[in-house]
Design a protein. Structure first.
Length: 195
């Protein structure tokens, strides 16, 4: 609790020092290890965060948050393929039915991986499978799922893409962080559709 309190107060160095001291007594403590990796991530120490999460995943393979943390660090470091690999490893611990003794499908990891595959135009069948699993595990798909649908339409060169882009951008304020996402994926098409 002290580590979390210090970290939430933006006293990251102090939080890390307390965490490191506690880990000397309890080196296999999952919660402390995850906090340590998260602090590294917030500090921008991406290689350290990735390595800390990877070490934890060796002993605690069924912790989806570890794979997502590795993927975020790798993405921030510009390592998209390595991020995809981390997410796939994490999803291998899941079970589609949720009845095989493994964890239920990790929607957040599924979203991240589908986005990467679709944006980079890789693994189209796997991307479609992931989008289906994400939607099946949500009560009500939202903006992000519509973004994934637009990426699918772009990749398949479907004629209804402009309509999808209009729907995605129509109510977005000028400073909304989703605007640059649309522009990166769709270029000028996203700007034209929103005007």
């Amino acid at each position: 609790m002290l580590v979390e309190s210090l970290a939430s107060g933006n006293q990251l160095d102090d939080a890390l020092a307390v965490c490191e001291a506690q880990l000397k007594d309890r080196p296999d403590d999952l919660t402390l290890g995850m906090l340590r990796a998260s602090i590294f991530e917030v500090q921008g120490k991406l290689a350290e965060a990735d390595e800390a999460a990877r070490r934890l995943a060796r002993k605690h393979a069924k912790q989806p948050a570890l794979y997502r943390l590795m993927a975020r660090c790798r993405l921030r470091a510009g390592k998209r393929l390595e991020a995809m690999q981390a997410l796939e490893m994490g999803l291998q611990t899941c079970c589609e039915s949720g009845k095989c003794g493994s964890l239920p499908f990790d929607v957040e990891a599924g979203r991240m991986l589908a986005q990467l595959y679709l944006e980079d135009r890789l693994e189209p069948e796997r991307a479609m499978e992931l989008v289906g699993q994400v939607k099946a595990n949500l009560e009500k798909p939202g903006w992000f799922e519509s973004y994934l649908d637009a990426l699918i339409a772009r990749n398949l060169d479907e004629h209804h893409l402009p309509r999808l882009l209009r729907a995605l951008s129509i109510d977005l304020p000028p400073d909304d962080p989703r605007r640059p996402l649309l522009q990166r994926s769709f270029g000028a098409s996203a700007l034209i559709a929103s005007s």
